[in-house]
Design a protein around this ligand. Structure first.
Ligand code: CA
Length: 610
């Protein structure tokens, strides 16, 4: 008899273990207690999972509803976490007359760290595959389709999270306060996997970058240095190699027609004359032949994506999210996403990539926009592409009614379109654009003007890795050319630009120039929080002020290629009243506020004194 009982127990345990593969996916993989929203929806993927009954017997959670969809391999399970639930695990039990399998689900302790970034920050954007290879063992991760090939500009080069962690002092020393990495989530694609914008698993760090724990470690190390982490996310599309593309949960989960392509015209969203056809192509067409367009109007997918961002925020203690292709997904869903993130984390910063040509198009997507009618994106920040275009061209052009300094002036004169343009992300280039040094014809003086403008203008300044060491690159030669490896990031690199000794005289000049302005900026509230006042450009000189109650900074840009300019300060009386002198923060030269002479093609950043 004893033997028989033993056999039955053995049989039962074999039966359960045979079902271990029954569940292929439960997402999110864990959650937290004491979230403001106690509800959670689990995506459960397993062969004929709908044949089983789901049970949860726990004092931590209540099973609310089991949702079935078109595909019998999916269940969407709604649960509610009890208010006073303690961290720990509970079992999700799958039965079919007998117990098929049990899944232990963990609820962790929520952290209460303050989150968010602002115009007080200075952001460094880097492409993690191209920055530093801190761990060569992960270059050829198991089960990964694309192997490392540093000779291929569009291939995988081996950079990783460890490489970034190893060089945080270099970044911090430059005056940077926040780090934005291009996406680090798994991109298990046979080609072009390095850029990260074709996700194959929303909950997993790409093993060539490291593990989720490595990503969390990066956040922790940044926070220890009083710096912040901004995660890059994509809701518009996923990779054609995403695991769910082989077994879609519902027929309308994604647009599955690769020939139906986006027209890439964000203007159609706000355009009162736009055709329905154009607007549909914008929001429902594929972004790229490898990137199916997701349908965020499917309520299960909508929940999935919102929960995914909450998961990463809580898991890694993020300070911000940069949302890729903001105008491409359905705008009502995007507004709902931002609202729900803020309900959970009121101080969290959401930045939308609005790659749009004109200020009005960008302003439409900005939070509390005065021009978007009933629509509110609920974003904190949008990317200021119109200002980028102007600052890219202005210092190459001769001044006229529309060109040169006028182009910058006219963009800033349209700030009334925003609730607060001081929240715009401002930049001279990024991972999709010509390197700024290349845009200005590798002219150091023009580069310095661009940097001085960037770091004193209203907005949240961002620089792209390599700017500080004069990295060049044309976008039209292929994206690999604007995403080159940082010299010194690989063990056998001949040059190590992470060290002062490894940089050329010119590279150090620019590194120190950025550092000097960034360090000044950090402690100067007139720039980080103050108002902006500008004067119409005259005689090739643009003069603007940043000011707050009793402090002011005067910035002068001379765009003339050949001659110095002397500016009579009488024009600026309305702001200069009460100030007696000023010091240029770069040269430390003292100026009286009568007439100021400024060298050709240069800038002055004058801290005013009473
Ligand atoms: Ca590596």
């Amino acid at each position: 008899m004893k033997k028989l009982i033993f056999l039955i127990i053995l049989f039962a345990s074999v039966s359960i273990s045979a079902q271990e593969n029954y569940i292929q996916q439960i997402e999110p993989p864990n959650w937290w207690v004491k979230m403001k929203n106690p509800n959670l929806q689990l995506l459960i993927h397993g062969k004929k999972i709908t044949d089983s009954k789901v049970q949860i017997i726990s004092d931590k959670v209540k099973l609310l509803k089991v949702n079935r969809v078109d595909n019998p391999n999916y269940l969407f399970v709604d649960i509610k976490i009890n208010k006073d639930a303690k961290p720990g695990t509970f079992d999700i039990i799958f039965t079919n007359g007998k117990i098929l399998t049990k899944h232990k689900y963990e609820l962790k302790k929520k952290s209460n760290k303050k989150r968010g970034f602002s115009s007080a920050d200075f952001i460094y954007l880097l492409m993690p595959d191209r920055f530093a290879n801190g761990n060569t063992k992960n270059d050829t991760a198991v089960g990964i389709l694309e192997k490392t090939n540093r000779e291929d500009p569009n291939g995988r080069h081996g950079g990783d999270i460890e490489g970034v962690i190893n060089n945080l002092d270099y970044i911090k020393n430059l005056g940077i306060t926040a780090l934005w990495l291009n996406p680090t989530i798994e991109n298990n694609n046979p080609k072009y996997s390095y850029h990260g914008y074709a996700i194959t698993n929303f909950y997993k760090t790409d093993p060539r970058f490291g593990t989720n724990q490595d990503y969390k470690k990066l956040a922790d190390e940044l926070h220890k240095k009083d710096m912040k982490l901004i995660m890059d996310m994509i809701f518009n599309h996923c990779s054609i190699n995403h695991w769910w593309m082989k077994d879609l949960p519902t027929k309308n989960w994604a647009n599955t027609n690769p020939d139906y392509r986006s027209n890439f015209r964000g203007s159609t969203i706000s355009d009162i004359h736009a055709s329905k056809n154009d607007r549909k192509r914008m929001t429902q067409g594929w972004f790229d032949e490898h990137m199916p367009d997701l349908n965020q109007h499917n309520p299960f997918l909508a929940n999935y994506l919102i929960q995914n961002s909450l998961w990463w925020i809580e898991f890694a203690d993020l300070d911000g999210i940069r949302m890729d292709t903001q105008p491409y997904p359905f705008k009502d869903f995007m507004a709902d996403w931002a609202k729900k993130v803020h309900e959970e984390y009121p101080d969290f910063t959401l930045l939308g990539e609005t790659w749009l040509q004109k200020p009005a198009f960008t302003a439409y997507f900005s939070g509390n926009s005065p021009i978007s009618g009933n629509y509110n994106s609920n974003l904190n920040s949008t990317t200021d592409f119109p200002l980028y275009y102007a600052s890219r061209d202005a210092f190459n052009q001769s001044d006229s009614w529309t060109e040169g300094l006028s182009s910058i002036y006219y963009i800033l004169a349209q700030d009334f379109l925003y609730k607060n343009a001081g929240n715009n992300l401002i930049f001279l280039d990024n991972h999709d654009l010509d390197r700024y040094f290349t845009s200005v014809g590798e002219d150091i003086n023009k580069l310095k003007m661009g940097l001085a403008f960037l770091l004193t203008c209203r907005g949240i300044p961002m620089i792209y890795y390599g700017t500080e060491i004069l990295t060049t690159g044309h976008e039209h030669k292929g994206h690999g050319h604007i995403r080159t490896d940082f010299p010194g990031g690989w063990k056998n690199d001949k040059i190590n630009a992470f060290t002062k000794e490894g940089r050329t005289k010119e590279q150090n000049e620019i590194y120190n120039y950025i550092k000097k302005i960034a360090d000044f900026r950090k402690t100067n509230e007139a720039i980080t929080k103050g108002k902006f006042l500008h004067f119409v450009p005259e005689n090739n000189v643009y003069v603007y002020f940043r000011y707050i109650e009793n402090k002011a900074v005067m910035i002068l840009l001379n765009n003339n290629n050949l001659e110095e300019r002397t500016v009579d300060c009488k024009r600026f009386n309305e702001i200069l009243k009460g100030y007696s002198s000023g010091k240029d923060i770069i040269s430390e030269k003292i100026y009286n506020l009568d007439k100021i002479t400024i060298d050709k093609k240069s800038s002055l950043i004058i801290q005013l004194k009473k």
